[in-house]
Design a protein around this ligand. Structure first.
Ligand SMILES: Nc1nc2c(c(=O)[nH]1)N[C@H]1C(S)=C(S)[C@@H](COP(=O)(O)O)O[C@H]1N2
Ligand SMILES: [Mo]
Length: 268
């Protein structure tokens, strides 16, 4: 990867070398996000600081300015992905014998720290742009129509696994609580401080599921007891486990990884 080329006069050689060195450092620090952008934007050639500078028309010599440009590109990328998202296209499904066993665990903490939630007192909170803000017990959620899916979970960290999840179609739930389906986002707050959010089109996708069971039994603690959202059209980190609260909003709620630089839309 090359440093930005300048056509200054010869006595500027020292400054050029210094710029090149700083560019290399800035580039190295942003490598994961730049590589993610390359994949998401389907760029064939590598993005250098020089190329980024040309795309943005900015002089990218410090971390702040690179960060601003990367965030701007990522937000633009969200819009392109939202336009391309096909509301009816289904994620591939598999058969019971394809289910990965053992299914991997992942969270921002080790498995033994997974929250220990008492299902008998649990209440799912509902707020924001919804007509009915009453909380939901697990029993009430289990009385709603249940569906099952066997789909592939893809984690950004480089692994994927096939699982079986059952629960309530999320669209059914949103309709039941009288959610404003023309609102832009659905946000999730989890019992472990995790949080995430979805665009409304994805929330309403036929395979997006408010999940109570894994492999026909209540979700074990490590996979998100008592309630998770299964979103087979998105990367794993957009599948919140241990959901405590759901809210409908027109302000992007971001997310635990999203706010640290992972692309917000992250469709598959
Ligand atoms: N509450 C909560 N949900 C979460 C996470 C987390 O740390 N906390 N990690 C996410 C990530 S990065 C992945 S890959 C999946 C892992 O789900 P699994 O443990 O069922 O495989 O959960 C997602 N949802
Ligand atoms: Mo993940």
């Amino acid at each position: 990867m090359s440093a930005p080329q300048r056509t200054d006069t010869a006595n500027d050689t020292h400054a050029n070398t210094e710029d090149a060195r700083r560019s290399r450092i800035v580039l190295a620090e942003h490598r994961p996000r730049i590589e993610q952008l390359q994949r998401r934007l389907f760029l064939r050639s590598s993005l250098s600081i020089g190329a980024l500078a040309m795309l943005s028309g900015c002089n990218l010599q410090d971390n702040d300015s690179v960060d601003k440009v990367l965030w701007a590109m990522s937000r633009w990328n969200d819009r392109v992905q939202a336009w391309l998202f096909n509301r009816n296209k289904l994620a591939p499904t598999y058969s019971a014998r394809d289910v990965t066993d053992p299914f991997p665990f992942n969270a921002f903490y080790p498995e033994f720290d997974a929250p220990d939630i008492d299902g008998s007192t649990y209440r799912l909170e509902v707020s924001g742009l919804v007509a009915d803000k009453r909380g939901w017990s697990l029993e009430q959620l289990r009385r709603l129509p249940q569906v099952s899916q066997i789909t592939r979970h893809v984690c950004i960290e480089g692994w994927s696994a096939i699982g079986q999840w059952s629960g309530v179609p999320f669209r059914t739930f949103l309709e039941l609580i009288g959610a404003d389906l023309s609102a832009r986002y659905v946000g999730f707050k989890c019992a472990d401080r995790y949080y995430s959010s979805l665009d409304m089109a994805t929330a309403l996708h036929p395979q997006t599921q408010l999940t109570l069971d894994f492999r026909n039994a209540p979700l074990p603690a490590r996979y998100g007891y008592p309630l998770k959202l299964r979103v087979p059209t998105k990367l794993g980190f957009k599948n919140p486990k241990h959901i405590a609260a759901i809210f409908v909003t027109n302000t992007n709620p971001g997310g635990y990884w999203e706010d640290q630089g992972y692309n917000w839309f992250s469709g598959l």
